[in-house]
Write a protein that binds this ligand. Structure first.
Ligand SMILES: C[S@@+](CC[C@H](N)C(=O)[O-])C[C@H]1O[C@@H](n2cnc3c(N)ncnc32)[C@H](O)[C@@H]1O
Length: 206
């Protein structure tokens, strides 16, 4: 018999439970700045950031509920008030449920590369997605994106560097060392251990 699904509210919320535009103060119970981890996977970055930076409200968004619930479970075990995961499509969330210019930073780490030519149209980063980031990130806020896929990074950089609302900035250095905390995300760890180059981008929302 499958294990019963644990109720992870308020740490994990499904997108279809959300009505209208999210009021961050109500959602997190405080008015700290909000940073999003889009496609947070199992939530390594999300959990560690939630612990390390209680002055920031961290929101993971993850299409794959079982992955998103893993991150939310770690946050719930510590009852951390400043970490949450929304399960669902980030494009829907950004389009319908986020107040314009209400997010301090959006982070998109190791978005799925969709290697096959016929699948590349499934990639998250498109003109429309860059517009959505411009819509939700506040003036003076940032978008961070890392990937090990050079051709995808070329696409992401072209979209962001040429977007009227963003300006490229020099990303912080990639941490060196072998400590687990030196890996930003689960995919960062996996790709570094496989010997891959990591391409890092940072953009200022004008
Ligand atoms: C390659 S994994 C990277 C996970 C994590 N960021 C990391 O670096 O370890 C990409 C993640 O993005 C999620 N994802 C893909 N499209 C998404 C979308 N439209 N909305 C939310 N999550 C999405 C996938 O389910 C997957 O967990």
């Amino acid at each position: 018999m499958p294990a019963p699904i644990v109720d992870l509210h308020p740490y994990f919320v499904a997108l279809d439970e959300i009505e209208g535009v999210i009021d961050w103060t109500t959602f997190f119970g405080n008015d700290h700045p909000v940073e999003m981890d889009i496609g947070c996977g199992r939530g390594k970055f999300l959990f560690e950031s939630t612990v390390a930076h209680p002055e920031i409200n961290w929101l993971g968004v993850e299409l794959d509920y079982s992955e998103g619930r893993r991150g939310a479970t770690r946050i719930s075990k510590r009852a951390l008030p400043n970490g949450r995961v929304i399960g669902g499509d980030a494009k829907d969330l950004l389009t319908k449920h986020i107040e314009p210019h209400s997010v301090q930073a959006a982070r998109v780490y190791f978005p799925d590369p969709w290697w096959k030519t016929k699948h590349k149209k499934r990639r998250l980063f498109t003109d429309e997605f860059a517009d959505l980031l411009a819509r939700v990130v506040m003036h003076g806020g940032h978008v961070h994106s890392w990937t090990d896929v050079e051709d995808y990074f070329t696409v992401i950089s072209a979209l962001m560097n040429n977007h009227a609302e963003f300006e490229p900035r020099i990303p912080p250095p990639e941490p060196e060392g072998k400590d687990d905390l030196d890996y930003l995300t689960g995919f960062h760890r996996r790709r570094k251990l496989a010997g891959c180059n990591i391409y890092r981008g940072l953009w200022l929302r004008k």
